[in-house]
Design a protein around this ligand. Structure first.
Ligand code: ADE
Length: 228
């Protein structure tokens, strides 16, 4: 069982992704437990303030240290986290290897930023890892958290029906996936490669590997550079 707690400013953004399909099934099978915590519950004063102007000026608000610290400490009273992860465009870029590592943990805490980000002191005091999902800026960390949880959740043994299929994904061995086809074998004058309906398992494996290699060389030669 992997437990993931997520501190969010807009919890509603996380309702959809976790209530459908694979992640929903993972939760039903008790393999994954996701809990979304609304940062505003720890906001300050009557208006439950969570953000304030940036010192030094400039446009945009910053999430304050105190509400975040209270939320984190409240959760830490009952949980020991393997990692406290802040989703941010200046973190390390997510890749399959990071997702593989995280899928082996038992408790993760994700922090979603908003506006101009979070007070730097929270990063220094609590955060153990910072992850970006790509070189672009989202309006908040929630969608990034959903992406991260999806990549992790599907790797937990038993979550996918076919236990082997996550291992055959693109990137799992630093290669892109080969092309795939399903019925009918002929569609609008386009035929499935003969080899795939030949029944020769070993030859099919060879073909798929070669296709993966060719596709990777053509589209993502950077993934092969360590092997040359
Ligand atoms: N928050 C805003 N943009 C982000 C990104 N690209 N990755 C992770 N968190 C973010």
């Amino acid at each position: 069982m992997l437990e993931i707690d997520i501190i969010a400013v807009v919890p509603g953004l996380l309702e959809g992704p976790f209530s459908h399909s694979i992640l929903h099934r993972a939760a039903e099978k008790q393999l994954l437990k996701i809990r979304v915590i609304d940062l505003r519950e720890f906001g300050i004063g009557q208006y439950r303030q969570i953000d304030d102007y940036a010192f030094g000026g400039g446009a945009g608000m910053v999430l304050m240290a105190q509400p975040l610290a209270e939320a984190i400490r409240h959760l830490q009273n009952e949980n020991v986290y393997d990692e406290i992860i802040y989703l941010t465009p200046d973190g390390e870029t997510l890749n399959q290897s990071i997702s593989n590592q995280l899928s082996l943990k038992s408790k993760l805490l994700l922090i979603c930023g908003h506006y101009k980000g979070i007070d730097e002191r929270i990063r220094q005091k609590f955060v153990t890892r910072e992850i970006s999902i790509g070189d672009y800026v989202l309006s908040g960390g929630e969608l990034a958290a959903a992406v991260l949880v999806d990549t992790i959740g599907r790797l937990i043994p038993g979550v996918l029906n076919d236990g082997s299929s996550a291992l055959l994904d693109s990137f799992q061995d630093d290669l892109l996936a080969p092309p795939v086809y399903t019925r009918p074998a002929e569609w609008e004058d386009m035929k499935v490669p003969d080899i795939l309906i030949s029944g020769h398992e070993a030859k099919i494996d060879d073909w798929r590997f070669q296709q993966s290699l060719d596709r990777t060389k053509e589209r993502r030669p950077d993934l092969l550079k360590d092997e040359s």
